[in-house]
Design a protein around this ligand. Structure first.
Ligand code: MRU
Length: 341
């Protein structure tokens, strides 16, 4: 059984506190949507699909929390909660997608009781569907990988970045479950180390052969034939095939091109943004302390200037295929992505 990252139980939301991993596997329980907003902001829960469903659960909590007796009153309470949840993290489009889906259901319902029942049911269904979608994506992606492949991944696009099973790590799980013998190389993914803290933890938890490398060893492992395929997740994919993912992904993809190693992206359709252009997308900038230290230990001089973007953009020409629940899009992406929808 893979880890269950976020769950609705007894009118509350239960999450793994990912800031404590890998040392402590601790579950936190929230009954207030403001707590969900804080959890997203502080990376208690992270990963594009996981924050999409968490946002939906946040609005479901808001619907239960509100003392509104009229539909209009409840809708304006939910609109305010949506704004607070939306403003937590700007890059992953799944958050806006999850919030929008719940607001649509709320607007279509007739009474306050109806809204409460339907938004809770919809958010729970989104969580269930996330796992099914990941499993379908895994099956589609597993066909691209062979026996004895060593697959590199960056950041954490696993069960911990989704409700369960994972996107990139879902493909890896499905490949292993199809009987192929595979190994994984996980980058540590500075500065917050989702690779070492989360991917290495989760793959080890599930008995998948994983080796950890510093981010700086990506070129070395490729140049020395220690890796022959790559799969990563995504926070947003534009209709052109530009992929927004954890900072460092662009470096991995560029290096993969240099070494003729296929670079794949795995993401559900909810990660595609068919409307925006690159200039519309905000790349989250995170606090300097993530870079000036490791854990509690300071590793940089006081008052140093820091540039700490959380995501970068990998252009379509570096990508061999985008794996989704509806199939694998291949270049030219503008056409193949359109077909997926
Ligand atoms: O800052 P994070 O940890 O939320 O960033 C996560 C990533 O970049 C993942 O690779 C991406 O969300 C894909 S998750 C299935």
């Amino acid at each position: 059984m893979t880890l269950k990252t976020v769950e609705w139980k007894d009118n509350s939301v239960i999450m793994i506190d990912q800031t404590k991993l890998p040392n402590i596997l601790e579950y936190v329980t929230y009954r207030d949507y403001n707590q969900i907003a804080d959890a997203i902001r502080t990376l208690v829960v992270r990963g594009a699909p996981a924050i999409g469903v968490s946002g939906a659960f946040g609005l479901a909590l808001a619907a239960l929390q509100s003392s509104a007796t009229e539909k209009n009153e409840l809708i304006s309470f939910l609109e305010n909660a949506r704004k607070i949840l939306f403003e937590t993290r700007p890059t992953a489009v799944n958050l806006a997608w999850g919030l929008e889906k719940i607001m649509q259901v709320a607007n279509q319902a007739d009474t306050v009781d109806d809204i409460r029942t339907k938004v809770v049911a919809t958010a729970k269904k989104m969580a269930q569907e996330d796992v099914q979608i990941n499993m379908e994506m895994g099956k589609n992606g597993s066909e691209l990988f062979n026996d004895n492949d060593t697959i590199m991944t960056h950041c954490n696009a696993g069960a911990l970045a989704t409700v369960g099973y994972g996107t990139a790590l879902g493909v890896i799980r499905a490949t292993k479950d199809s009987g192929k013998n595979i190994k994984v190389i996980a980058t540590e993914t500075r500065p917050v180390q989702q690779g070492s803290r989360l991917t290495a933890f989760e793959l080890k938890h599930d008995g998948i052969d994983v080796s950890l490398i510093p981010d700086t060893a990506v070129g070395y492992t490729m140049a020395n034939d220690l890796v022959n395929k790559i799969v990563v997740g995504a926070d947003r994919i534009l209709r052109t095939g530009h992929v927004y993912n954890k900072i460092g992904t662009y470096q991995v993809a560029t290096m993969a091109k240099q070494h003729n190693i296929p670079f794949y992206v795995a993401a559900p359709l909810s990660t595609f943004d068919m409307e925006s252009n690159p200039e519309d997308v905000i790349i989250e900038q995170r606090k300097a302390s993530e870079v000036t230290g490791v854990g509690e230990n300071r590793t940089a001089p006081d008052d140093i200037n820091v540039i700490n973007p959380a995501f970068d953009i990998t252009p379509p020409e570096l990508i061999a295929g985008i794996i989704t629940e509806k199939g694998v899009a291949k270049p030219p992406f503008e056409e193949s992505i359109k077909k997926l929808f």
